[in-house]
Structures are given as structure tokens and as C-alpha cells.
Design a protein around this ligand. Structure first.
Ligand code: PMP
Length: 371
């Protein structure tokens, strides 16, 4: 079938081996099988479920209820199911939250926070509360503008491998981009006023952006905000002001149930910790071959990033990894190096294989390496 060969051709290295892609997380096998079964042809296919149907409303309600249970989301927070990706939120945050203020504070922690900052600067006067490059400064040192409408952090810098372990209590509402670590750990909603995340990495498949927002922040949208992008308007319409992303919501529902059945977010946090510890330990053993720039206290449990000490060997490393069935390890184009992504759906067997490979590659030292 043409479509099948197209899909297989699109997967580098073929369907075998393991993907560590940062762009999208794998679905656990049982979730993928259930989703595939629901795509069967015919009237009951999830691919053509009308968003106006009672079945979709039930699906959306159950998805929200499961998300609330998993993250213990207080009642005063609203959950929005939006399209447009996390990048759209970079603009929608200032449009929705500035109100009559024109100032916002941002923590500059790497690649993704800088994109959020650049977009916010189109709408707001942005001040940098802190620079967190190899390490995150203590919150007591942050310079949050008390007149800012909000302060923004990127909880896990997907491209740089730096992660906030917890969130400080701030004098202004704290907003977190959790696109690469939502549902990988418990959250403290006494510290957070808004959390947003695209779902393609840890919660399912591309096309859905979750916004979890304290209702006190609703109703401040600038008049020019497109209505379908107005948090308050979408909250008032239960995210059905326009057609919501039905299929990604269905996948998220299955993924959330899978997370719940596997011990919830504390179990996801334990797994992320254990798996990233194993990867960092193998990298430390290979000191001389590998180098990590992020301070050990702030290394990501989700996206360990490193460089080859001899950067000229990066291509050799990536080719050898591909040949060993370990795919999609190339670092972000703006950062370079190597990046491992350990999203919720990555199998333990993938991590074990990667750790073995990291050790074997380091043992081979500077000699030729084919495996
Ligand atoms: N924020 C973070 C932390 C990300 O990792 C990404 C994607 N890699 C984005 C935002 C942008 O997401 P999207 O492509 O869905 O707009």
C-alpha cells in the first residue's frame, strides 16, 4: 500500500529499534494498539467523531477528569483544550494576560524560553527575571518586575537539558511552559497560575495544547485577541468555540489512563529519575568521551543533553547509534551535540540499550567505532 510505504520511509532507520526523538514521544504499545483499533473504517471511527456529539463530550469530560485526578488540579483552575501548539501560546499569553498592564517578566533558560521571550516582545515590555544557563539561580536572586502581569518559566528546556525541580512563590502569577515535562511529575498549584503544554511529547500526539489556568486570570484578553484564542471565551464554551482537536484528545485520554494505571505522575517522576540517572551515570563513566554543560542539580530528567568531548566525533557517534537501532539522538539544530529524550512512553528496554551503547562507545575511546 502506498500509504504504508510512505509511513515506513518516513521513519529513519525503519520501524525497528528505538526512537529518542525530542519532537514527539512514542506511545506505549498498548496505547498505540487501542488508538489504531479506534481508527477502523466506518461510522464508529474516532477519525470522524463529530465534536458536537454526546460521545465527544463524554470523551472530553473523562479526559479532563483524569487530568485533574493525575495532577490534583484545584477546582478554581480551568482546563482548555486548544489547537495551535505551544508556540501559539507564546503570543497568546501576553494577549490574554497583560490586561491593562504592558509588562511581563521572563526567565531566560535556553532555546525555548528565548522563543517565548521573542514572541512576547511583540506585545509586551519584557524584563528578564533571571538567566538560567548552566544552572538556575536561587529564586531569591530573581528580579521579578512587581508590575509585571506574570512571570514565565520554561520548566524543562527541551533543547538544552535544563529543568526546574520546583517552582518559587512569586509576587506575580507564575506561568510555566511544560511542553516537555507535563505529566512527568506532580505539580504544586499553589505556586502556579497557568501551565501550558503541547501534548506530542508526554501526553500523546501532536495537535492539542492543554492550558490549565487559574480562573482569576480569565477575562483580561486584549480586544484584538482572536475570539477562538481568548482563554475566557474558550473556557465559557468548554473549549468548543470552534472544532477542538478531537483525535489528539482521544489519544491524550488513552495516554492519561495509561499513566493512571501505571502509578500516576509520581511513578512517572520515579521512572524519569531512574532512567536519566542511568544515562547520566553512563555519561559520567565515559568522562573524556562525553561532556555535559548543565550543572548536576539542574540536569533534566527528561532530556539529557551532552556533547562529544571531541565534537568532530558527533557524526560518528550518531551514525553508530543509528546502526545500533538507537535513533533520533541528534541535538537541536540551534544547540548541536546529542540529546536523549525520555518521555513517558519510552520503553525501559530503550534506555537499557542506550546505556549499554554509551558505555561501549566510550570504551572504544578514540579508535574506530562501528557499533
Ligand atoms: N516549548 C517547549 C519547551 C518545547 O520543547 C517545544 C517544542 N519542542 C515548544 C514549546 C513548541 O511546541 P510546538 O512545536 O508544539 O509549538
Amino acid at each position: 500500500m502506498a500509504s504504508r510505504s510512505l509511513a515506513e520511509a518516513a521513519v529513519p532507520g525503519g520501524a525497528s529499534g528505538f526512537s529518542f526523538s525530542a519532537a514527539a514521544g512514542p506511545l506505549p504499545d498498548e496505547v498505540a494498539a487501542d488508538v489504531a483499533a479506534a481508527c477502523r473504517p466506518g461510522r464508529a471511527s474516532i477519525l470522524s467523531l463529530p465534536f458536537t456529539s454526546p460521545a465527544f463530550r463524554r470523551l472530553q469530560e473523562e479526559t479532563e477528569a483524569c487530568l485533574r485526578r493525575l495532577l490534583d488540579i484545584p477546582d478554581r483552575f480551568r482546563v482548555l483544550f486548544l489547537a495551535g501548539g505551544a508556540s501559539a501560546q507564546f503570543a497568546l499569553l501576553p494577549l490574554n494576560l497583560l490586561g491593562t498592564a504592558c509588562r511581563a517578566s521572563y526567565v531566560d533558560s535556553g532555546c525555548w524560553s528565548r522563543r517565548a521571550i521573542a514572541e512576547a516582545r511583540r506585545y509586551a515590555e519584557v524584563s528578564i527575571a533571571a538567566r538560567a544557563l548552566a544552572a538556575i539561580p536561587d529564586a531569591a536572586e530573581w528580579q521579578v518586575d512587581p508590575g509585571a502581569a506574570y512571570c514565565h518559566v520554561t520548566s524543562n528546556e527541551t533543547a538544552d537539558g535544563l529543568q526546574f525541580r520546583d517552582f518559587p512563590a512569586l509576587p506575580v502569577p507564575l506561568v510555566a511552559d511544560m511542553t516537555s515535562d507535563l505529566l512527568t511529575r506532580p505539580l504544586d498549584f499553589t505556586r502556579l497560575s497557568l501551565v501550558y503544554a503541547g501534548t506530542q511529547k508526554t501526553v500523546g500526539t501532536p495537535g492539542l495544547t492543554l492550558v490549565i489556568v487559574d480562573e482569576h486570570l480569565l477575562g483580561r484578553a486584549r480586544p484584538e485577541t482572536p475570539r477562538v484564542m481568548d482563554y475566557g471565551a474558550q473556557a465559557g464554551a468548554d473549549s468548543r468555540l470552534c472544532t477542538p482537536p478531537v483525535f489528539p484528545i482521544f489519544v491524550a485520554h488513552h495516554m492519561l489512563q495509561w499513566i493512571e494505571a501505571h502509578g500516576g505522575v509520581s511513578a512517572m517522576a520515579d521512572a524519569a529519575r531512574r532512567r536519566s540517572d542511568a544515562a547520566y551515570a553512563a555519561l559520567a563513566e565515559g568522562e573524556g568521551t562525553y561532556a555535559i554543560s548543565v550543572d548536576s542539580a539542574h540536569r533534566s530528567h527528561i532530556n539529557p543533553c551532552f556533547r562529544l568531548a571531541d565534537e568532530a566525533r558527533t557524526a560518528l557517534f550518531l551514525n553508530a547509534a543509528d546502526a545500533a537501532g538507537l535513533h533520533d539522538l541528534r541535538g537541536h539544530p540551534e544547540v548541536g551535540g546529542v540529546r536523549v529524550s525520555l518521555y513517558n512512553g519510552v520503553a525501559d528496554a530503550a534506555v537499557d540499550a542506550l546505556v549499554d551503547f554509551l558505555r561501549a562507545f566510550a570504551r572504544r575511546g578514540s579508535g574506530p567505532c562501528a557499533a
